[in-house]
Unconditional design. Structure first.
Length: 117
C-alpha cells in the first residue's frame, strides 16, 4: 500500500500564495499519477490537479487553471502544489492523492488551507 502525508497548509490573505507538499511512502513504485483534491465545508471532495508520472502531463480543474501549479521531484515520491492568487473560495481541506493500478485511489489525511478576505 501507499501512505501519503501532506504539509504546507495554513492561513493566508486573499491574493497570497501557499505551497503544499505531499510525501509518499510504501509501494510507491506502483503509482502512476499523483495529485490533489480538496473539500470545502458542506461540499463534496473535488479534483484540483494531477500529474502523470509517465511523461509528466498535467490536468487542472478549471477553477484553478493559471493560478495553481503541480510539480514533482526526481524521486517521484513527492508532489507539490504551488497556489498563487488565492481566493476565499479556495478555502478547503486539501488532500494528496495517488493513483495505483486498477484505478485505486489513495488519499492522505489532508491539510487545511484558509484564505481570508
Amino acid at each position: 500500500q501507499v501512505q501519503l502525508v501532506e504539509s504546507g497548509g495554513g492561513l493566508v490573505q486573499a491574493g497570497g500564495s501557499l505551497r503544499l507538499s505531499c510525501a509518499a511512502s510504501g509501494r510507491t513504485v506502483y503509482m502512476y499519477a499523483m495529485g490533489w483534491y480538496r473539500q470545502a465545508p458542506g461540499k463534496e471532495r473535488e479534483f484540483v490537479a494531477r500529474m502523470r508520472w509517465s511523461g509528466g502531463s498535467t490536468d487542472y480543474a478549471d477553477s484553478v487553471k493559471g493560478r495553481f501549479t503541480i510539480s514533482r521531484d526526481r524521486t517521484l515520491k513527492n508532489v507539490y502544489l504551488q497556489m498563487n492568487s488565492l481566493e476565499p473560495e479556495d478555502t478547503a481541506v486539501y488532500y494528496c492523492n495517488a493513483v495505483l493500478p486498477g484505478s485505486t485511489n489513495v488519499f492522505g489525511s489532508g491539510t487545511q488551507v484558509t484564505v481570508s478576505s
